[in-house]
Design a protein around this ligand. Structure first.
Ligand SMILES: Nc1ncnc2c1ncn2[C@@H]1O[C@H](COP(=O)(O)OP(=O)(O)OP(=O)(O)O)[C@@H](O)[C@H]1O
Ligand SMILES: [Mg+2]
Length: 253
């Protein structure tokens, strides 16, 4: 296995009309890392994921995945290379069953060439996320936490090497959140590298090996969790003073 970083982004730039959503962003993600990506609403986090997965094309800069230049790839090519993501707004095919939804992920990423094979891959991932009892239920009938599990199963069926989780825990209660944390840890234990976009600092600090902070499209800080949350610029841009006192202790624990 190569020692080069799994993902290397340099000078990435994207504007929508007059809004510079992503400004000269450069960073690397090593194999096996769980990188927390935080920042205020509108900071450019989802746009960054859209750029990395070929959903949106950059105005400038370069994206290397496992050494290959993927800057201008299309979404299906990203999926085939092992770049998977969840969507901030969960959007399953509502009338299809859970199994069919997950199987569609496997087919999209080229992890199966027949429907039967795709359903086998899907069944494995459905079991992994704990959705077996609902495998044959229409996606539309699932509760919110189970829709989130479906989203996990779908992206896992794509056989990802890098998985980007875009606010996948929003709206969960405390017990559901603990289950989600456990699931993310089990995904990481499979050797899948993770970029975790998350507003809940309990989750970010509980999982991340490193944290990156976006603010107005700019990467203003990246580093070890305890250093990042103690940085006055990060406190001012995102966390707030009160938070810094409370979580400063948590990060030291
Ligand atoms: N397709 C688009 N067309 C026009 N503007 C866009 C588009 N996508 C994003 N933007 C704008 O780019 C900026 C960054 O948005 P983005 O969704 O990446 O932020 P975010 O950090 O994911 O925010 P949130 O925490 O609310 O999800 C915002 O000003 C947003 O309105
Ligand atoms: Mg977003």
């Amino acid at each position: 296995m190569s020692k080069a970083p799994l993902l290397r982004v340099s000078g990435l730039e994207k504007s929508f009309g007059g809004v510079r959503a992503v400004r000269q962003v450069s960073f690397e993600v090593g194999r096996g890392e769980i990188v927390g990506l935080i920042g205020p609403n509108g900071a450019g986090k989802t746009t960054l994921v859209n750029l990395i997965t070929g959903v949106v094309r950059p105005d400038g800069g370069r994206i290397l995945f496992d050494g290959a230049d993927v800057t201008t790839q299309r979404p299906f090519q990203a999926a085939r290379r092992g770049l998977a993501r969840t969507f901030q707004i969960v959007q399953p095919f509502p009338q299809m069953t859970v199994l069919e939804n997950v199987a569609a992920g496997a087919l999209f990423a080229g992890k199966a060439t027949s429907r039967r094979e795709a359903e086998r891959v899907a069944a494995e991932q459905i079991a992994f996320v704990g959705l077996q009892p609902f495998a044959d239920a229409p996606a539309v009938s699932l509760t919110l936490p189970n829709r989130k599990r479906l989203e996990f199963a779908k992206s896992l069926a794509m056989g990802p090497r890098l998985l980007m989780l875009d606010e996948v825990n929003a709206g969960l209660n405390s017990a559901e959140l603990d289950n989600a944390l456990d699931l993310i840890r089990r995904i990481a234990a499979r050797g899948i590298t993770i970029i975790l976009i998350e507003h809940l600092m309990k989750v970010v600090l509980g999982l991340s090996t490193r944290i990156m902070v976006l603010h107005h499209g700019e990467l203003i800080r990246a580093g070890a969790p305890r250093d990042v949350i103690a940085d006055p610029r990060v406190v001012e841009a995102y966390l707030g003073q009160k938070f810094a006192k409370r979580y400063g202790r948590l990060a030291d624990a």
